[in-house]
Design a binder for this molecule. Structure first.
Ligand code: HEC
Length: 134
C-alpha cells in the first residue's frame, strides 16, 4: 500500500460520510473500496440469488463446468468448455439450454433421468445469472 493511502485511512473519522464515500471511488481509501466490492460480490452472487439452481449446479455440473460455470478447472480445460456466462452460450434460448441439459451434448451426459424438469429450469436460471457477472 502506498504511504498516501495509509495516511488517508487515518483521517476517515474526521471526514463526513460523503467524503468517505468519495474517497472509496477516488482510490484514496483502497481497503475500503476492496471491502465494498467484496460486499457487493458476496451479496449479489448467484449462490445466494439462485439458491436451488446453484446447489444443483455444484453437485451435478461443477465437476466439468467449475462452480462458477467458467469451465476453468482441469476437466473444463481438457474439454475446452466455453464459459457458461459467455455471450456465445447466453445467446442460446432457454429452450436450447434446457435441451442440452436434458439430452446432453457429447461428451456431456444427458440429465433428464437424473433431474426433474423443474430442476432443469432452475439450472437454466442459474446459467442466466452467470451472465450478469460479465
Ligand atoms: C462430464 C462433464 C460434464 C458434466 C457433468 C456437465 N457438462 Fe455441460 N457440457 C460438457 C461439455 C463437454 C460440453 C460441450 C459440448 C459441446 O459443445 O461439444 C457441455 C456443454 C454444456 C452447455 C452448452 C454450452 C455451450 O457451449 O453452448 C450447457 C448449457 C451445459 N453444458 C450445462 C450443464 C449443466 C447444467 C450440467 C449439470 C446438470 C452439466 N452441463 C454437466 C460437459 C459436462
Amino acid at each position: 500500500m502506498l504511504p498516501a493511502q495509509c495516511e488517508s485511512s487515518g483521517q476517515i473519522h474526521k471526514r463526513d460520510k460523503e467524503d468517505f464515500f468519495m474517497s472509496l471511488f477516488s482510490g484514496r481509501n483502497f481497503r475500503g473500496t476492496l471491502l465494498l466490492v467484496l460486499a457487493v460480490i458476496v451479496t449479489s452472487g448467484p449462490v445466494l440469488a439462485q439458491g436451488d439452481g446453484a446447489t444443483l449446479f455444484k453437485s451435478k455440473c461443477a465437476g466439468c463446468h467449475s462452480a462458477d460455470g467458467s469451465g476453468t478447472g482441469p476437466a473444463g480445460k481438457a474439454m475446452h468448455l466455453r464459459a457458461l456466462g459467455s455471450a456465445d452460450v447466453q445467446k442460446q434460448t432457454d429452450a436450447q439450454l434446457a435441451a442440452i441439459i436434458a439430452d446432453g451434448k457429447s461428451p456431456m451426459p444427458a440429465f433428464k433421468d437424473k433431474v426433474t424438469s423443474d430442476q432443469i429450469k432452475q439450472l437454466v436460471a442459474f446459467i442466466r445469472s452467470l451472465a450478469k457477472k460479465g
